[in-house]
Design a protein around this ligand. Structure first.
Ligand code: ADP
Ligand code: MG
Length: 722
């Protein structure tokens, strides 16, 4: 029979070949190796920038555009200022050099004269630079040659003026990315446009294809911005529509209503050695209002490091205790959990409240404990959810969606991962670990705890609302008034001894200090070993006359606890540490910190580290030590400079975004969402509101939008597979 196939034409092929011009989204998943000039080695280097597929490349948003520069006649070129020239190609030559570089030279002539223009490592360009070709070049004069940074062939004057500047690396430069994007740009058609045409017309949105092209090749700044906004709106819509679908499938959960604050809450306030700030009072009022309802609290408590969130969190926990229930504080790491425990335990004991610590390696006496502190092992092991009235989840952006939901206990049979089998394709699968708890919770009493999420990641309020959709947001905007902003200086190695002199002055005045060890990107074990060596070096050298403790991730929990207790009790003058002190460590008497090789740390990380000082009324200092400025990348210089200039977490977050791209900061990745590629936190508030308004009309809309929502919400999974 087989030989008759196709003859009668009764059996259609499984799929018709796509017609030309129809978007083929699958084509966007092609490896970058399919582009000219990309081999395995470059593929690896691109992957380090997060660029693996044609889609990644086309979605790599320029972080800036070059400003327009007027043309200079060739004979007037002078100095090394950036300049633009325009002329005609006369001759071309390609030469290999040592170290497998190639140098392409073209003699270019305009009415005023001729110059040799030089391109490095772009031998394939030679074919395009036939004698007679008109071109426009942007670059610099160097030793009588013109080093080209960007170029336009045959009269297209756009890119040389508004050439995109990409987030790049030393291995893959921005100009190289420009060339690659250029060759991938025809594929932009494969994105299609998933929004209904009616909506597009009403909102006067450009086609997505046009927007992508304009983003990478704008004729001017306005056009680039309009394009970016279209793409940002797409992203925000994916998020909003996805969240709306989740909400649709969520059952109403029930919590225990806690009543008005009572005697314990009052005693707690009295026991605090300070007055609460206005923002803290406001936060407490909002929490109280939530707790008196039978609907589970879902509140995000946001505040910069040291702004006083923990004090508020403990208040919420004690509200559970006075209602005869349990409160639990959950932290993302053991160190942080232990740290919280050290902070909470004394005051709880003073108040007659029983506490227990529960982490992967420590299992305190849970029987009768009223406030539990632990890592998420808490959830997985046995907290009885029927007693749990208030849960505080610290640094919740570090958790995946599943833990958040599990702790909230609210996604019973619903939500992103619930049985709405494929609510227009929301992905399933991340929450399997959480299911057990959900069920236990549901079986126990059908109740969910009130949940307070704490985060020090400065997310603008509107955006937090967006990303966390269903959370109410409280912000502690101002730190306690007695705080003086930390003074930060940045010095290079050769002034290291001076930094230690300053540190010793503080020690001699009865203060304490931190020294943060260089970051080494290997195992925690080698990090620990390096820290040991560093502590030893300091004990013999700069810090000879002081008692020096060493904190790293390889210490056993008991050792760590003892060490922290000794530091708090001032038995130790200096704590030498790896980044494990990044969060949670709270010793107000520590007033100075030295960060060694600070250029290796990320901006957000340095901000967190620095937040370990400046926690009391004393003026505190942070000294960032780096290699010589000339040896640093531009990016590292900008990071350190930003830290010197401001202590404002929001401002630093913006800077971080600019330097790194948006998604990491938001923690959308960790939350199981894809990164935002086009959205800008601050600038796009209006757009965000618009997306919220538009989402309802798209909730039931089918088509390619569904696949995109799927992909967006599956970001973390896809990432962990890569
Ligand atoms: P966060 O959790 O936001 O990083 P914490 O709650 O740990 O901040 O508070 C940081 C430090 O400030 C702690 O030493 C805490 O005791 C102190 N603190 C908190 N609230 C106040 C206040 N209202 N006045 C003075 N000090 C405060
Ligand atoms: Mg804290």
């Amino acid at each position: 029979m087989a030989e008759h196939r196709g003859f009668a034409g009764t059996e259609p092929p499984e799929r018709w070949p796509p017609t030309r011009g129809r978007p083929r989204p699958e084509a966007l998943n092609r490896s970058l190796e399919t582009l000219p000039g990309v081999g395995p080695s470059q593929r690896g280097k691109l992957a380090k920038l997060g660029l693996r597929t044609v889609r990644d490349l086309l979605e790599h948003r320029p972080r800036d555009y070059q400003q327009a520069v007027g043309e200079t006649p060739i004979s007037n070129l002078f100095g090394e200022e950036e300049a633009v020239i325009a002329g005609e190609v006369r001759r071309v030559s390609v030469r290999p050099t040592r170290r497998r570089l190639t140098v392409l030279k073209a003699a270019v002539r305009d009415e005023s004269g001729e110059i040799s223009a030089v391109w490095f490592n772009q031998p394939w360009l030679a074919d395009k630079l036939q004698p007679g070709t008109q071109l426009r070049l942007r670059g610099q004069l160097r030793r009588n040659e013109f080093h080209v940074r960007s170029y336009d062939l045959d009269g297209a004057a756009a890119t040389a003026d508004f050439a995109p500047v990409y987030r790049a690396s030393e291995e893959v430069t921005s100009p190289r990315l420009r060339t690659l994007v250029e060759s991938a740009l025809p594929s932009a058609r494969d994105f299609g446009d998933s929004l209904p045409a009616s909506l597009r017309a009403r909102e006067r949105l450009p086609l997505r294809f046009d927007a992508l092209v304009a983003l990478h090749r704008p004729h001017g700044a306005d056009e680039a911005e309009r394009a970016r906004r279209r793409l940002a709106l797409d992203e925000l819509l994916l998020l909003q529509v996805g969240l709306a679908r989740i909400r649709e499938g969520t059952e109403e959960a029930i919590a225990t209503a806690l009543g008005e604050p009572g005697e314990l809450a009052a005693r707690y306030r009295q026991a605090l050695p300070f007055e609460l700030t206005k923002d803290q009072e406001q936060a407490i009022a909002e929490i109280d209002a939530d707790l008196t309802a039978a609907k589970p609290m879902q509140r995000l408590l946001q505040g910069d490091v040291g702004s006083g969130k923990t004090v508020v969190a403990l208040y919420a926990l004690l509200r559970a205790v006075e209602a005869g229930k349990t409160g639990a504080l959950m932290a993302p790491t053991e160190t942080l959990a232990e740290q919280h425990f050290l902070t909470l335990e004394p005051i709880c004991t003073e108040l007659g409240v029983r506490t227990a610590l529960l982490t992967g390696s420590v299992k305190g006496e849970l029987e009768g404990a009223q406030v539990l502190v632990g890592t998420h092992a808490l959830i997985q092991e046995g907290v009885s959810l029927d007693d749990l009235a208030v849960a505080v989840v610290d640094e919740q952006h570090r958790f995946g969606v599943e833990q958040r939901q599990a702790f909230a206990g609210k996604s019973r049979g619903s939500g992103i991962n619930g049985p709405r089998a494929k609510p227009a394709g929301l992905s399933s699968g991340t929450a399997s670990g959480a299911a057990g708890v959900e069920q236990r919770g549901a079986l126990a009493a059908g109740r969910s705890p009130h949940v307070l999420h704490m985060t020090a990641t400065p997310i603008p309020r509107t955006l937090a609302l967006t990303v966390y959709g269903d959370l109410s947001v409280t912000e502690i905007a101002k730190p306690p008034a007695n705080r003086k902003p930390i003074l930060t200086s940045w010095v290079t190695d050769e002034r290291g001894p001076e930094a230690y002199r300053r540190l010793r002055k503080h020690l001699d005045a009865g203060r304490q200090a931190y020294v943060v060890c260089p970051l080494i990107e290997q195992s925690e074990t080698s990090q620990a070993r390096a820290a040991e060596a560093e502590a030893e070096r300091l004990r013999r050298g700069e810090l000879r006359e002081y008692s020096v403790g060493l904190l790293h991730g390889r210490l056993r929990p008991a050792e760590r606890r003892e060490l922290m207790a000794r530091f708090k009790a001032r038995e130790l003058d200096v704590l030498v540490s790896t980044t494990v002190i990044e969060v949670g460590v709270d010793v107000p008497n520590a007033t100075i910190m030295i960060v060694q090789e600070a250029d290796r740390f990320g901006l957000a990380q340095l901000h967190q580290l620095r937040g370990r000082v400046g926690r009391g009324a004393e003026q505190s200092y942070c000294l960032l030590v780096s290699r010589a400025k000339e040896e640093l990348t531009d990016n590292a210089r900008e990071r350190l400079q930003a830290l010197v200039e401001t202590t404002d977490g929001f401002e630093l977050a913006e800077k971080d975004l600019e330097l790194r791209g948006e998604g990491q900061l938001l923690g959308t990745r960790q939350a199981g969402l894809s990164e935002f590629r086009f959205t800008r936190l601050r600038a796009d508030r209006e757009l965000l509101e618009r997306a919220r308004e538009l989402a309802p009309e798209l909730v039931a809309y089918e088509g390619p939008l569904n696949d995109e929502i799927d992909r967006f919400f599956a970001g973390a999974e896809a990432d962990s597979l890569a």
